[in-house]
Design a protein around this ligand. Structure first.
Ligand code: CMC
Length: 436
Protein backbone atom coordinates (compact mmCIF):
# COMPACT_ATOMS: atom_id res chain seq x y z
CA UNK A 1 0.00 0.00 0.00
CA UNK A 2 1.39 3.39 -0.96
CA UNK A 3 0.21 6.30 1.20
CA UNK A 4 -1.20 9.12 -0.94
CA UNK A 5 -0.51 12.84 -0.46
CA UNK A 6 -4.26 13.34 -0.73
CA UNK A 7 -6.32 13.02 2.45
CA UNK A 8 -10.08 12.49 2.72
CA UNK A 9 -11.76 14.92 5.09
CA UNK A 10 -14.85 13.79 6.92
CA UNK A 11 -16.99 16.63 8.26
CA UNK A 12 -20.28 16.59 10.17
CA UNK A 13 -23.21 18.96 9.79
CA UNK A 14 -23.70 19.12 13.57
CA UNK A 15 -20.48 21.03 14.11
CA UNK A 16 -18.47 18.04 15.44
CA UNK A 17 -14.81 18.45 14.51
CA UNK A 18 -13.89 17.15 11.05
CA UNK A 19 -11.15 14.56 10.70
CA UNK A 20 -8.62 13.70 8.01
CA UNK A 21 -8.48 10.11 6.84
CA UNK A 22 -5.40 8.70 5.06
CA UNK A 23 -5.72 7.40 1.51
CA UNK A 24 -3.71 4.50 0.05
CA UNK A 25 -3.14 3.51 -3.56
CA UNK A 26 -2.74 -0.02 -4.82
CA UNK A 27 -0.83 -0.90 -8.01
CA UNK A 28 -4.09 -0.59 -10.00
CA UNK A 29 -7.71 -0.06 -9.08
CA UNK A 30 -9.50 2.39 -6.81
CA UNK A 31 -7.69 4.03 -3.87
CA UNK A 32 -8.92 3.15 -0.41
CA UNK A 33 -9.75 5.46 2.51
CA UNK A 34 -8.25 4.12 5.73
CA UNK A 35 -11.00 4.22 8.36
CA UNK A 36 -9.29 2.04 10.95
CA UNK A 37 -9.06 4.92 13.44
CA UNK A 38 -12.54 6.28 12.66
CA UNK A 39 -14.22 4.80 15.73
CA UNK A 40 -11.45 5.91 18.06
CA UNK A 41 -11.55 9.44 16.62
CA UNK A 42 -15.32 9.93 16.19
CA UNK A 43 -17.13 7.18 18.12
CA UNK A 44 -18.84 6.22 14.86
CA UNK A 45 -18.76 3.12 12.67
CA UNK A 46 -19.20 2.95 8.91
CA UNK A 47 -22.23 1.11 7.56
CA UNK A 48 -21.74 -1.06 4.46
CA UNK A 49 -23.82 -4.25 4.40
CA UNK A 50 -22.71 -6.48 1.55
CA UNK A 51 -19.29 -4.70 1.45
CA UNK A 52 -20.36 -2.57 -1.51
CA UNK A 53 -17.62 0.01 -0.85
CA UNK A 54 -15.36 -1.77 1.59
CA UNK A 55 -11.94 -3.30 0.93
CA UNK A 56 -11.51 -5.92 3.65
CA UNK A 57 -7.81 -6.61 2.99
CA UNK A 58 -4.86 -5.89 0.75
CA UNK A 59 -4.07 -8.63 -1.75
CA UNK A 60 -1.62 -9.27 -4.59
CA UNK A 61 -3.30 -12.35 -6.05
CA UNK A 62 -6.25 -11.53 -8.30
CA UNK A 63 -7.46 -8.27 -9.77
CA UNK A 64 -10.83 -7.64 -11.38
CA UNK A 65 -11.86 -4.51 -13.24
CA UNK A 66 -15.61 -4.98 -13.48
CA UNK A 67 -16.18 -2.02 -15.80
CA UNK A 68 -13.53 -3.16 -18.29
CA UNK A 69 -14.46 -6.85 -17.91
CA UNK A 70 -10.88 -7.70 -16.92
CA UNK A 71 -9.60 -10.54 -14.73
CA UNK A 72 -5.89 -10.83 -13.88
CA UNK A 73 -4.26 -13.70 -11.95
CA UNK A 74 -1.03 -12.29 -10.48
CA UNK A 75 -1.11 -9.65 -13.23
CA UNK A 76 -1.74 -11.97 -16.18
CA UNK A 77 -5.01 -11.58 -18.13
CA UNK A 78 -7.18 -14.68 -17.96
CA UNK A 79 -7.44 -14.81 -21.76
CA UNK A 80 -3.61 -15.18 -21.97
CA UNK A 81 -3.66 -17.93 -19.33
CA UNK A 82 -6.60 -20.20 -20.20
CA UNK A 83 -4.95 -21.38 -23.36
CA UNK A 84 -1.88 -22.23 -23.05
CA UNK A 85 -1.53 -23.00 -19.31
CA UNK A 86 -2.96 -25.99 -17.54
CA UNK A 87 -4.65 -25.91 -14.15
CA UNK A 88 -1.60 -26.94 -12.14
CA UNK A 89 0.45 -24.14 -13.72
CA UNK A 90 -2.32 -21.78 -12.64
CA UNK A 91 -2.19 -23.25 -9.11
CA UNK A 92 1.55 -22.54 -9.05
CA UNK A 93 0.92 -19.01 -10.28
CA UNK A 94 -1.73 -18.28 -7.66
CA UNK A 95 0.13 -19.89 -4.76
CA UNK A 96 3.67 -18.78 -5.53
CA UNK A 97 3.17 -15.64 -7.62
CA UNK A 98 4.82 -16.88 -10.84
CA UNK A 99 4.10 -19.36 -13.60
CA UNK A 100 6.49 -22.30 -13.24
CA UNK A 101 9.36 -22.98 -15.63
CA UNK A 102 9.55 -26.51 -17.07
CA UNK A 103 11.39 -28.01 -14.10
CA UNK A 104 9.22 -26.23 -11.56
CA UNK A 105 6.16 -27.39 -13.46
CA UNK A 106 7.30 -31.03 -13.44
CA UNK A 107 8.23 -30.85 -9.72
CA UNK A 108 4.99 -29.13 -8.72
CA UNK A 109 2.83 -31.56 -10.75
CA UNK A 110 4.67 -34.51 -9.28
CA UNK A 111 4.24 -33.13 -5.74
CA UNK A 112 0.49 -32.58 -6.20
CA UNK A 113 -0.07 -35.88 -7.99
CA UNK A 114 1.67 -37.78 -5.17
CA UNK A 115 -0.86 -36.48 -2.66
CA UNK A 116 -4.01 -37.51 -4.51
CA UNK A 117 -4.98 -40.46 -2.30
CA UNK A 118 -7.10 -39.87 0.77
CA UNK A 119 -6.89 -41.80 4.00
CA UNK A 120 -8.80 -45.06 3.55
CA UNK A 121 -10.93 -44.17 6.59
CA UNK A 122 -12.54 -41.45 4.45
CA UNK A 123 -14.60 -44.17 2.77
CA UNK A 124 -16.13 -45.14 6.09
CA UNK A 125 -16.73 -41.53 6.96
CA UNK A 126 -18.60 -41.13 3.65
CA UNK A 127 -20.80 -44.09 4.50
CA UNK A 128 -22.42 -42.05 7.25
CA UNK A 129 -24.16 -39.96 4.61
CA UNK A 130 -27.44 -40.87 2.94
CA UNK A 131 -26.85 -41.91 -0.68
CA UNK A 132 -29.15 -39.12 -1.87
CA UNK A 133 -27.34 -36.37 0.09
CA UNK A 134 -26.48 -33.28 -1.93
CA UNK A 135 -22.79 -33.49 -2.97
CA UNK A 136 -22.15 -30.07 -1.39
CA UNK A 137 -23.47 -31.36 1.94
CA UNK A 138 -21.07 -34.26 1.57
CA UNK A 139 -18.17 -32.02 0.48
CA UNK A 140 -18.65 -29.64 3.41
CA UNK A 141 -18.34 -32.63 5.71
CA UNK A 142 -15.45 -34.32 3.90
CA UNK A 143 -13.28 -31.22 3.61
CA UNK A 144 -13.84 -30.37 7.27
CA UNK A 145 -13.00 -33.97 8.14
CA UNK A 146 -9.55 -33.69 6.52
CA UNK A 147 -8.42 -31.89 9.67
CA UNK A 148 -9.14 -35.10 11.57
CA UNK A 149 -6.87 -37.08 9.24
CA UNK A 150 -3.83 -34.86 8.66
CA UNK A 151 -2.75 -33.70 12.10
CA UNK A 152 0.66 -32.68 10.81
CA UNK A 153 -0.73 -29.81 8.73
CA UNK A 154 -3.28 -28.11 10.94
CA UNK A 155 -1.20 -25.28 12.47
CA UNK A 156 -2.02 -22.27 10.35
CA UNK A 157 0.82 -20.26 11.93
CA UNK A 158 3.43 -22.78 10.80
CA UNK A 159 4.60 -22.07 7.20
CA UNK A 160 5.48 -25.73 6.54
CA UNK A 161 2.02 -26.83 7.70
CA UNK A 162 0.38 -24.19 5.48
CA UNK A 163 2.39 -25.32 2.47
CA UNK A 164 1.63 -29.01 2.82
CA UNK A 165 -2.04 -28.32 3.64
CA UNK A 166 -2.27 -26.33 0.38
CA UNK A 167 -0.83 -29.22 -1.66
CA UNK A 168 -3.02 -31.77 0.11
CA UNK A 169 -6.17 -29.76 -0.46
CA UNK A 170 -5.47 -29.19 -4.17
CA UNK A 171 -4.48 -32.84 -4.66
CA UNK A 172 -7.33 -34.43 -2.73
CA UNK A 173 -10.29 -32.34 -3.86
CA UNK A 174 -10.72 -34.26 -7.18
CA UNK A 175 -10.56 -37.53 -5.25
CA UNK A 176 -13.19 -36.33 -2.75
CA UNK A 177 -15.52 -34.90 -5.42
CA UNK A 178 -15.38 -38.11 -7.44
CA UNK A 179 -15.91 -40.18 -4.28
CA UNK A 180 -18.99 -38.07 -3.44
CA UNK A 181 -20.25 -38.72 -6.98
CA UNK A 182 -19.58 -42.45 -6.93
CA UNK A 183 -21.17 -42.76 -3.49
CA UNK A 184 -24.34 -41.11 -4.78
CA UNK A 185 -24.53 -43.49 -7.76
CA UNK A 186 -23.64 -46.60 -5.79
CA UNK A 187 -20.56 -47.33 -7.93
CA UNK A 188 -17.22 -48.34 -6.37
CA UNK A 189 -14.67 -45.58 -5.84
CA UNK A 190 -11.92 -45.35 -8.42
CA UNK A 191 -8.47 -44.72 -6.96
CA UNK A 192 -6.39 -41.89 -8.45
CA UNK A 193 -3.90 -42.63 -11.23
CA UNK A 194 -0.89 -40.38 -10.68
CA UNK A 195 0.65 -40.72 -14.14
CA UNK A 196 -2.32 -38.92 -15.68
CA UNK A 197 -2.70 -35.15 -15.79
CA UNK A 198 -4.65 -33.57 -12.92
CA UNK A 199 -7.77 -33.15 -15.05
CA UNK A 200 -7.53 -36.48 -16.91
CA UNK A 201 -7.17 -38.22 -13.54
CA UNK A 202 -10.30 -36.46 -12.31
CA UNK A 203 -12.31 -37.50 -15.39
CA UNK A 204 -11.10 -41.07 -14.95
CA UNK A 205 -12.02 -41.18 -11.26
CA UNK A 206 -15.47 -39.89 -12.25
CA UNK A 207 -16.22 -42.09 -15.23
CA UNK A 208 -14.14 -45.28 -15.06
CA UNK A 209 -15.56 -48.33 -13.33
CA UNK A 210 -13.68 -51.45 -12.22
CA UNK A 211 -15.16 -53.21 -15.27
CA UNK A 212 -14.55 -50.46 -17.82
CA UNK A 213 -11.52 -48.19 -18.27
CA UNK A 214 -12.09 -44.53 -19.10
CA UNK A 215 -10.18 -43.33 -22.15
CA UNK A 216 -9.48 -39.62 -21.62
CA UNK A 217 -10.74 -37.52 -24.53
CA UNK A 218 -8.50 -34.48 -25.13
CA UNK A 219 -11.33 -32.03 -25.88
CA UNK A 220 -13.25 -33.04 -22.78
CA UNK A 221 -10.21 -33.08 -20.50
CA UNK A 222 -9.26 -29.62 -21.82
CA UNK A 223 -12.80 -28.42 -21.12
CA UNK A 224 -12.77 -29.53 -17.48
CA UNK A 225 -9.27 -28.09 -17.09
CA UNK A 226 -10.56 -24.77 -18.40
CA UNK A 227 -13.49 -24.86 -15.99
CA UNK A 228 -10.94 -25.34 -13.18
CA UNK A 229 -8.77 -22.46 -14.44
CA UNK A 230 -11.65 -20.03 -14.86
CA UNK A 231 -12.94 -20.75 -11.35
CA UNK A 232 -9.55 -20.86 -9.62
CA UNK A 233 -9.75 -17.46 -7.93
CA UNK A 234 -11.91 -14.37 -8.02
CA UNK A 235 -10.53 -11.95 -5.42
CA UNK A 236 -12.64 -11.18 -2.35
CA UNK A 237 -15.90 -12.95 -3.30
CA UNK A 238 -18.25 -14.30 -0.63
CA UNK A 239 -16.61 -17.71 -0.17
CA UNK A 240 -13.05 -16.33 -0.22
CA UNK A 241 -14.00 -13.68 2.33
CA UNK A 242 -15.58 -16.47 4.38
CA UNK A 243 -12.34 -18.47 4.25
CA UNK A 244 -10.36 -15.39 5.32
CA UNK A 245 -12.79 -14.56 8.13
CA UNK A 246 -12.89 -18.17 9.33
CA UNK A 247 -9.09 -18.48 9.10
CA UNK A 248 -8.59 -15.17 10.90
CA UNK A 249 -9.45 -16.89 14.19
CA UNK A 250 -6.39 -19.12 13.69
CA UNK A 251 -8.44 -22.21 12.89
CA UNK A 252 -6.84 -24.96 10.79
CA UNK A 253 -6.76 -24.65 6.97
CA UNK A 254 -9.09 -27.59 6.34
CA UNK A 255 -11.76 -26.08 8.59
CA UNK A 256 -11.38 -22.68 6.89
CA UNK A 257 -11.71 -24.24 3.42
CA UNK A 258 -14.77 -26.22 4.59
CA UNK A 259 -16.34 -22.87 5.51
CA UNK A 260 -15.61 -21.68 1.96
CA UNK A 261 -17.30 -24.80 0.55
CA UNK A 262 -20.39 -24.10 2.68
CA UNK A 263 -20.58 -20.49 1.51
CA UNK A 264 -20.07 -21.43 -2.13
CA UNK A 265 -23.10 -23.70 -2.03
CA UNK A 266 -25.57 -20.78 -2.15
CA UNK A 267 -27.39 -20.10 -5.47
CA UNK A 268 -26.23 -16.48 -5.61
CA UNK A 269 -22.59 -17.71 -5.67
CA UNK A 270 -21.35 -21.17 -6.64
CA UNK A 271 -24.79 -22.69 -6.85
CA UNK A 272 -25.56 -20.46 -9.86
CA UNK A 273 -24.51 -22.95 -12.57
CA UNK A 274 -26.75 -25.60 -11.01
CA UNK A 275 -29.54 -23.04 -10.69
CA UNK A 276 -28.99 -21.91 -14.32
CA UNK A 277 -29.29 -25.43 -15.65
CA UNK A 278 -32.34 -26.18 -13.48
CA UNK A 279 -33.88 -23.00 -14.86
CA UNK A 280 -33.22 -24.11 -18.47
CA UNK A 281 -34.71 -27.53 -17.75
CA UNK A 282 -37.79 -25.94 -16.22
CA UNK A 283 -38.34 -23.67 -19.23
CA UNK A 284 -37.86 -26.71 -21.45
CA UNK A 285 -40.48 -28.66 -19.49
CA UNK A 286 -42.92 -25.75 -19.70
CA UNK A 287 -42.81 -25.42 -23.48
CA UNK A 288 -39.19 -24.62 -24.45
CA UNK A 289 -38.15 -21.82 -26.80
CA UNK A 290 -41.79 -20.79 -27.36
CA UNK A 291 -42.12 -19.94 -23.67
CA UNK A 292 -38.97 -17.82 -23.29
CA UNK A 293 -41.05 -14.63 -23.66
CA UNK A 294 -43.29 -15.61 -20.72
CA UNK A 295 -40.27 -16.48 -18.62
CA UNK A 296 -38.54 -13.15 -19.35
CA UNK A 297 -41.77 -11.36 -18.39
CA UNK A 298 -41.67 -13.12 -15.01
CA UNK A 299 -38.02 -12.18 -14.53
CA UNK A 300 -38.84 -8.52 -15.15
CA UNK A 301 -41.85 -8.53 -12.84
CA UNK A 302 -40.87 -6.68 -9.65
CA UNK A 303 -43.34 -8.79 -7.66
CA UNK A 304 -41.81 -12.10 -8.67
CA UNK A 305 -38.54 -13.32 -7.21
CA UNK A 306 -37.60 -15.07 -10.46
CA UNK A 307 -34.09 -14.22 -11.70
CA UNK A 308 -32.36 -15.10 -14.90
CA UNK A 309 -29.79 -17.42 -13.35
CA UNK A 310 -26.34 -17.24 -14.91
CA UNK A 311 -26.82 -13.55 -15.66
CA UNK A 312 -25.48 -10.58 -13.74
CA UNK A 313 -22.49 -10.15 -11.48
CA UNK A 314 -21.73 -8.00 -8.48
CA UNK A 315 -18.44 -6.83 -9.99
CA UNK A 316 -18.58 -7.36 -13.77
CA UNK A 317 -20.83 -4.67 -15.14
CA UNK A 318 -19.54 -4.91 -18.71
CA UNK A 319 -18.82 -8.55 -19.53
CA UNK A 320 -17.53 -11.50 -17.55
CA UNK A 321 -14.22 -12.35 -19.34
CA UNK A 322 -14.53 -15.92 -18.07
CA UNK A 323 -17.89 -16.21 -19.83
CA UNK A 324 -16.27 -15.45 -23.18
CA UNK A 325 -13.76 -18.30 -22.74
CA UNK A 326 -16.39 -20.68 -21.37
CA UNK A 327 -18.66 -19.90 -24.30
CA UNK A 328 -15.82 -20.96 -26.67
CA UNK A 329 -15.33 -24.19 -24.72
CA UNK A 330 -19.07 -24.79 -24.76
CA UNK A 331 -19.12 -24.73 -28.57
CA UNK A 332 -15.96 -26.88 -28.78
CA UNK A 333 -17.38 -29.58 -26.49
CA UNK A 334 -20.82 -29.68 -28.10
CA UNK A 335 -19.15 -29.92 -31.50
CA UNK A 336 -16.86 -32.75 -30.35
CA UNK A 337 -19.81 -34.66 -28.89
CA UNK A 338 -22.15 -33.93 -31.80
CA UNK A 339 -24.57 -32.18 -29.44
CA UNK A 340 -25.13 -28.92 -31.31
CA UNK A 341 -28.78 -29.85 -31.86
CA UNK A 342 -29.35 -30.55 -28.21
CA UNK A 343 -32.69 -28.84 -27.36
CA UNK A 344 -31.43 -27.48 -24.02
CA UNK A 345 -28.40 -25.92 -25.69
CA UNK A 346 -30.60 -24.37 -28.37
CA UNK A 347 -32.85 -23.00 -25.65
CA UNK A 348 -29.83 -21.53 -23.82
CA UNK A 349 -28.64 -19.82 -27.01
CA UNK A 350 -32.11 -18.32 -27.67
CA UNK A 351 -32.33 -17.11 -24.08
CA UNK A 352 -28.85 -15.58 -24.33
CA UNK A 353 -29.79 -13.76 -27.57
CA UNK A 354 -33.08 -12.39 -26.23
CA UNK A 355 -31.56 -11.26 -22.92
CA UNK A 356 -28.61 -9.56 -24.64
CA UNK A 357 -31.04 -7.47 -26.71
CA UNK A 358 -33.65 -6.75 -24.05
CA UNK A 359 -33.53 -3.28 -22.54
CA UNK A 360 -34.18 -4.59 -18.99
CA UNK A 361 -30.89 -6.53 -19.06
CA UNK A 362 -28.93 -4.08 -21.20
CA UNK A 363 -29.80 -1.05 -19.02
CA UNK A 364 -28.87 -2.94 -15.84
CA UNK A 365 -25.66 -4.24 -17.43
CA UNK A 366 -26.70 -7.85 -16.90
CA UNK A 367 -24.59 -10.13 -19.10
CA UNK A 368 -24.20 -13.90 -19.06
CA UNK A 369 -21.66 -14.89 -16.43
CA UNK A 370 -19.32 -17.90 -16.51
CA UNK A 371 -21.94 -20.10 -14.88
CA UNK A 372 -24.41 -19.71 -17.69
CA UNK A 373 -22.07 -21.68 -19.99
CA UNK A 374 -20.20 -23.86 -17.51
CA UNK A 375 -23.44 -25.66 -16.60
CA UNK A 376 -24.05 -26.52 -20.25
CA UNK A 377 -20.46 -27.77 -20.66
CA UNK A 378 -20.60 -29.91 -17.54
CA UNK A 379 -23.91 -31.43 -18.53
CA UNK A 380 -22.40 -32.34 -21.92
CA UNK A 381 -19.42 -33.95 -20.15
CA UNK A 382 -21.85 -36.20 -18.29
CA UNK A 383 -21.48 -34.48 -14.93
CA UNK A 384 -24.78 -34.49 -13.03
CA UNK A 385 -26.23 -31.07 -12.24
CA UNK A 386 -26.08 -31.64 -8.49
CA UNK A 387 -22.28 -32.00 -8.73
CA UNK A 388 -21.63 -28.66 -10.48
CA UNK A 389 -20.99 -26.64 -7.34
CA UNK A 390 -18.67 -29.33 -5.99
CA UNK A 391 -16.59 -28.96 -9.17
CA UNK A 392 -16.51 -25.21 -8.60
CA UNK A 393 -15.32 -25.88 -5.02
CA UNK A 394 -12.58 -28.17 -6.35
CA UNK A 395 -11.36 -25.41 -8.66
CA UNK A 396 -11.67 -22.57 -6.13
CA UNK A 397 -9.74 -24.44 -3.43
CA UNK A 398 -6.42 -23.11 -4.75
CA UNK A 399 -7.73 -19.54 -4.64
CA UNK A 400 -9.05 -20.00 -1.11
CA UNK A 401 -5.81 -21.45 0.17
CA UNK A 402 -3.66 -18.84 -1.62
CA UNK A 403 -5.77 -16.07 -0.09
CA UNK A 404 -5.75 -17.69 3.34
CA UNK A 405 -1.98 -18.06 3.31
CA UNK A 406 -1.57 -14.49 2.06
CA UNK A 407 -3.70 -13.25 4.97
CA UNK A 408 -1.70 -15.18 7.56
CA UNK A 409 1.52 -13.70 6.15
CA UNK A 410 0.13 -10.13 6.25
CA UNK A 411 1.49 -8.26 9.31
CA UNK A 412 -1.68 -6.13 9.31
CA UNK A 413 -4.07 -9.06 9.62
CA UNK A 414 -6.35 -9.22 12.63
CA UNK A 415 -9.22 -11.48 13.59
CA UNK A 416 -12.20 -10.32 11.51
CA UNK A 417 -14.80 -8.67 13.70
CA UNK A 418 -17.38 -6.48 11.91
CA UNK A 419 -19.44 -4.02 13.97
CA UNK A 420 -23.18 -3.31 13.69
CA UNK A 421 -25.85 -0.64 13.82
CA UNK A 422 -28.08 -1.90 16.60
CA UNK A 423 -31.79 -1.36 15.94
CA UNK A 424 -33.33 -3.76 18.48
CA UNK A 425 -34.89 -2.97 21.84
CA UNK A 426 -32.85 -0.73 24.06
CA UNK A 427 -32.40 -1.90 27.66
CA UNK A 428 -35.60 -3.55 29.03
CA UNK A 429 -36.06 -5.10 32.44
CA UNK A 430 -37.02 -8.77 32.49
CA UNK A 431 -40.65 -9.37 33.53
CA UNK A 432 -41.22 -12.41 35.77
CA UNK A 433 -42.83 -15.28 33.81
CA UNK A 434 -46.22 -15.00 35.57
CA UNK A 435 -46.57 -11.35 34.48
CA UNK A 436 -45.62 -11.80 30.77
N1 CMC B 1 -32.03 -11.60 -13.37
C1 CMC B 1 -32.89 -10.55 -13.33
N2 CMC B 1 -32.62 -9.37 -12.76
C2 CMC B 1 -31.42 -9.25 -12.18
C3 CMC B 1 -30.47 -10.28 -12.17
C4 CMC B 1 -30.81 -11.48 -12.80
N3 CMC B 1 -29.95 -12.51 -12.84
N4 CMC B 1 -29.37 -9.86 -11.53
C5 CMC B 1 -29.61 -8.61 -11.14
N5 CMC B 1 -30.87 -8.23 -11.53
C6 CMC B 1 -31.50 -6.92 -11.38
C7 CMC B 1 -31.94 -6.67 -9.93
O1 CMC B 1 -33.28 -7.08 -9.74
C8 CMC B 1 -31.79 -5.15 -9.86
O2 CMC B 1 -32.87 -4.56 -10.54
P1 CMC B 1 -33.51 -3.16 -10.00
O3 CMC B 1 -32.40 -2.16 -10.11
O4 CMC B 1 -34.67 -2.93 -10.89
O5 CMC B 1 -33.92 -3.43 -8.58
C9 CMC B 1 -30.55 -4.87 -10.69
O6 CMC B 1 -30.49 -5.96 -11.65
C10 CMC B 1 -29.25 -4.83 -9.89
O7 CMC B 1 -29.16 -6.03 -9.18
P2 CMC B 1 -28.43 -6.23 -7.79
O8 CMC B 1 -29.19 -7.26 -6.99
O9 CMC B 1 -28.14 -4.90 -7.17
O10 CMC B 1 -27.06 -6.82 -8.27
P3 CMC B 1 -26.01 -7.49 -7.34
O11 CMC B 1 -24.72 -6.98 -7.78
O12 CMC B 1 -26.34 -7.33 -5.90
O13 CMC B 1 -26.24 -9.04 -7.67
C11 CMC B 1 -25.88 -11.23 -8.43
C12 CMC B 1 -25.32 -9.82 -8.33
C13 CMC B 1 -24.84 -12.15 -9.06
C14 CMC B 1 -26.18 -11.78 -7.00
C15 CMC B 1 -27.18 -11.20 -9.26
O14 CMC B 1 -26.93 -10.64 -10.53
C16 CMC B 1 -27.82 -12.58 -9.40
O15 CMC B 1 -28.49 -13.04 -8.47
N6 CMC B 1 -27.59 -13.28 -10.55
C17 CMC B 1 -28.10 -14.60 -10.75
C18 CMC B 1 -27.26 -15.57 -10.00
C19 CMC B 1 -25.92 -15.82 -10.67
O16 CMC B 1 -25.86 -16.08 -11.86
N7 CMC B 1 -24.85 -15.78 -9.84
C20 CMC B 1 -23.52 -16.13 -10.30
C21 CMC B 1 -22.56 -15.04 -10.24
S1 CMC B 1 -21.06 -15.50 -11.10
C22 CMC B 1 -20.32 -16.66 -10.11
C23 CMC B 1 -19.41 -16.09 -9.12
O17 CMC B 1 -18.49 -15.33 -9.47
O18 CMC B 1 -19.60 -16.45 -7.94
Amino acid sequence: MTPSDVKATLSFSDGSPSIDLPLYSGSIGPDVIDIRKLYAQTGKFTYDPGFLSTASCQSAITYIDGDKGELLYRGSPIAQIAPPCDFLEVCHLLLKGELPNEKQKADFSSLVMHHTMVNEQMQFFLRGFRRDAHPMAVMTGLVGALSAFYHDSTDIHNAAHREIAAIRLIAKMPTLVSMAYKYGTGQPYIYPRNNLSYSANFMRMMFATPCEEYEPNDVLVRAIDRIFILHADHEQNASTSTVRLCGSSGTNPFAAIAAGVACLWGPAHGGANEAALNMLEEIQRNGGVEKIGDFIKQVKDKNSSVKLMGFGHRVYKNYDPRAKLMRETCHEVLEALGLHDDPLFKLAMSLEKIALEDDYFVSRKLYPNVDFYSGIVQRALGIPVSLFTAIFALARTVGWIAQLNEMIGDPEYKIGRPRQLFVGAARRDVTPVAQR
